[in-house]
Write a protein that binds this ligand. Structure first.
Ligand code: NDP
Length: 452
């Protein structure tokens, strides 16, 4: 494997989910591997994404649980929430994971450079701070994606999900621009923690890729929980007031919105700026992404890319799979392609929603005969609650083969339940298989096998 004419067999740019997995697996196949990371080992998911976000979601769910507690006979006196305590606990866990990822690289004999790497040729990278130039037989770009703010006056007063984990205090009024994953997840967190939350979006759609019935249910429940929405409201400008607060002007003909924090969550763009890809004759796609083939190969034979920087499916487990497949294929002589079919996903909104496979609309567009089964139920835990928040599950079935093409769920624990149910969709099981499965009672998940 060792190529004397190169410093390394593999040089990875970016130590996030995809880059770390690719480094470790390539090294396990005997490759001499180095990785450069300009910020912190672990990447978006671990440092400023999925993991710290989920901890904030857990923290905010105590508000709901405390409400239920009284219904169940508990007296909870003096309950109060302290943002710095939570923020610092989350930061400590991020430090722990950062250290664990760094150890993983070391224990797999992957050398790492805390430096910014730029490609200077098909087989060479330049490390910006140390000034070193390093050669490698293969280069892997795994630099992820970065939140983008649309172009509007006062954008510099707004934060993105990168900064939200470091807020000094819990904002009293939060405006969130965008109505996708990040917007709806943080809307739920801040609403539950007691902030006044307004979601503003340029269109009238939330979570565009999910089944319409789930989206409608989430919108209704979150409105009932107190989240305000302003739709068809593109941002015009944000002004900073003398007292430090912000005024958001949107183009919907309505009043400006006062806020302490404006969080912009309008999508993430591939992290390709200034990477020197042109030095390897790589031409970017329309969205700034690196185009790759099924094995992650770019138009330059010695340069590969995986994860969000390729802008295929922006999800951590996909980046990990792509990184693993790349390393197995290039260094382990085990060509592997990643299957993008039936990818489960979830939005950790409150309540959460989760889905796998085709939505009802997608299924109608692709199949002649579609059957739809639904369950609209009151989760048992909510039974004493004055809030009437119902769960909703939907199975989308091919009427010809009886195969379950999609499962869509909103309700408590939907992501936990859906991960297991996704196996059935991936395996191509039929509605008859669901019907033949005995219900596990009493549970919410049993609704999945009781839809007739
Ligand atoms: P999303 O793509 O989910 O949503 C973007 C939102 O911003 C949409 O409401 C969209 O509106 C709006 N928007 C897009 N472009 C503009 C623009 N130029 N001006 C104004 N509004 C705009 O992006 P997120 O930032 O929420 O998340 C990025 C990605 O990160 C997700 O796609 C997801 O893959 C990943 N992620 C996954 C999570 C999970 O798995 N739970 C959690 C968080 C992120 P419209 O729909 O009207 O076009």
């Amino acid at each position: 494997m060792a190529q004397a004419q190169f410093d390394y067999d593999l040089f990875v740019i970016g130590a996030g989910s995809g880059g770390v997995r690719a480094s470790r697996i390539a090294a396990s196949h005997g490759a001499r591997v180095a990785v450069a990371e300009e910020y912190r080992i672990g990447g978006t998911c671990v440092i400023r994404g999925c993991v710290p976000k989920k901890l904030l979601v857990y923290a905010s769910q105590f508000a709901d649980d405390l409400g239920h507690a009284a219904d169940y006979g508990w007296t909870v006196e003096g309950a109060r929430f302290d943002w710095p305590t939570l923020r610092d606990a989350v930061a400590r866990d991020v430090d722990r994971l950062n250290a664990a990822y760094t150890r993983t690289l070391a224990s797999n004999q992957v050398e790492h450079f805390l430096d910014r790497a730029e490609i200077v040729g098909p087989h060479s990278v330049h490390l910006k701070h140390s000034g070193r130039t390093i050669t490698a037989k293969t280069i892997l770009v795994a630099t992820g994606a970065w939140p983008v703010k649309p172009d509007f006056a006062g954008a510099e007063h707004c934060i993105t999900s990168n900064e939200v984990f470091h807020l000094e205090t819990l904002p009293r009024r939060v405006v969130i621009a965008g109505a996708g994953y990040i917007a709806l997840e943080f809307a739920g967190v801040f609403n539950a923690l007691g902030s006044a939350v307004t979601v503003v979006n340029r269109s009238d759609a939330i979570l565009r890729s999910y089944d319409i019935d789930l989206r409608d249910r989430l919108l209704a429940i979150t409105q009932a929980r107190g989240i305000a929405y302003r739709f068809n409201a593109p941002i015009d400008r944000v002004e900073k007031q003398a007292d430090g607060s912000l005024q958001l002007h949107v183009r919907d003909g309505g009043e400006p919105i006062a806020a302490d924090v404006v969080l912009v969550a309008t999508g993430r763009t591939p992290n390709t700026a200034g990477l020197g890809l042109e030095n390897a004759q790589i031409v970017l796609g329309d969205r700034g992404e690196i185009p790759v083939d099924g094995e992650g190969r770019t138009s330059c034979p010695s340069v590969f890319a995986v994860g969000d920087v390729t802008d295929r499916v922006q999800l951590t487990p996909i980046a990990i799979r792509e990184g693993h497949a790349f390393a197995d294929g290039v260094f382990g002589a085990k060509p592997t392609t990643v299957s993008y079919d039936a990818i489960p996903s979830a939005v950790f909104s409150q309540p959460p929603l989760a889905a796998v496979g085709l939505t009802e609309a997608e299924a109608h567009a692709q199949y002649a005969d579609i059957k739809v089964f639904t369950s609209d139920f009151r989760p048992m835990k909510n039974i004493f609650s004055e809030r009437v928040e119902r769960g909703y599950y939907k199975l989308v079935v091919d009427g010809v083969t009886d195969r379950v093409l999609g499962i869509h769920m909103i309700g408590p624990d939907a992501p936990e339940i859906l991960q297991a149910a996704a196996i059935a969709v991936k395996a191509g099981l039929t509605k008859a298989d669901f019907d033949a499965t005995i219900a596990l009672h009493p549970s919410m998940a049993e609704e999945l096998v009781l839809m007739r």
